[in-house]
Design a protein around this ligand. Structure first.
Ligand SMILES: Cc1cc2nc3c(=O)[nH]c(=O)nc-3n(C[C@H](O)[C@H](O)[C@H](O)COP(=O)(O)O)c2cc1C
Length: 197
């Protein structure tokens, strides 16, 4: 399956070390002909970190995709009524956004985008990236695994000895997980060996 011509939303949340790994995937998606719009959580849109400057990221993504970044709840609301995306991926998804998605708390740009998108019965793909994946976030991952139209990018422990509770999705599986979600299928195996070597 190809994503050529498909309308895809990619929502970035504040796993700031993972965002730069997702940017080349977005570049490739656009090159392969997908119509991509990026959504940014407030922390991604406003935080300069050692991994890069927020404004540079925003400018790059707007230039590459040709679409304005969605960075307010008001801009995210039309995603539902306008049926903007065939698939929306939240990747990386922080422990914070995971918790809100699991509990139906809609007070951020990305949770608004997800809620608006899910109302149309369309697939939401989650790429979890959080140091407490096997601790505080574990119940939220479990809740979302059981939700209709929610799929996960395969994930695993990235540093079992150094950060035993940390889970990170496999960035290189993001596109395939989206392709399968568009067919109503969960990419398998969900649990992968994701140690950085
Ligand atoms: C440099 C840096 C790296 C971070 N990395 C992560 C991360 O990998 N996973 C995570 O869940 N939170 C991480 N955080 C914390 C989130 O950015 C923070 O919880 C924020 O409130 C998330 O908001 P959002 O989910 O709306 O983007 C990081 C924060 C900073 C400053």
């Amino acid at each position: 399956m190809s994503l050529e011509g498909r309308a895809i939303g990619i929502a970035l949340t504040g796993s700031h070390c993972t965002v730069p790994e997702v940017v080349p995937i977005i570049d490739n998606l656009v090159e392969s002909g997908a119509a991509v719009t990026v959504i940014m959580s407030a922390s991604v849109a406003s935080t300069d970190t050692r991994f890069g400057k927020a404004q540079d990221l925003c400018e790059h993504l707007e230039r590459i995709t040709g679409n304005q970044v969605i960075d307010t709840i008001a801009k995210a609301e039309p995603i539902g009524p306008k049926r903007m995306f065939e698939c929306l991926a939240v990747a990386p998804c922080t422990g914070n956004t995971l918790a809100k998605l699991a509990l139906g708390i809609i007070d951020t740009v990305v949770t608004m985008a997800a809620k608006a998108h899910l109302r149309n019965g369309r697939p939401l793909v989650i790429g979890v990236s959080t140091n407490d994946g096997l601790a505080g976030s574990a119940p939220n991952i479990g809740t979302l695994l059981c939700k209709k139209n929610v799929y996960f990018v395969p994930f695993g422990q990235d540093d079992p000895l150094g950060k035993p509770n940390s889970l990170v999705f496999r960035v290189s599986d993001l596109v395939q997980a989206i392709e399968l979600a568009l067919e109503g299928r969960q990419m398998q195996p969900i649990l992968v060996d994701n140690r950085k070597r």
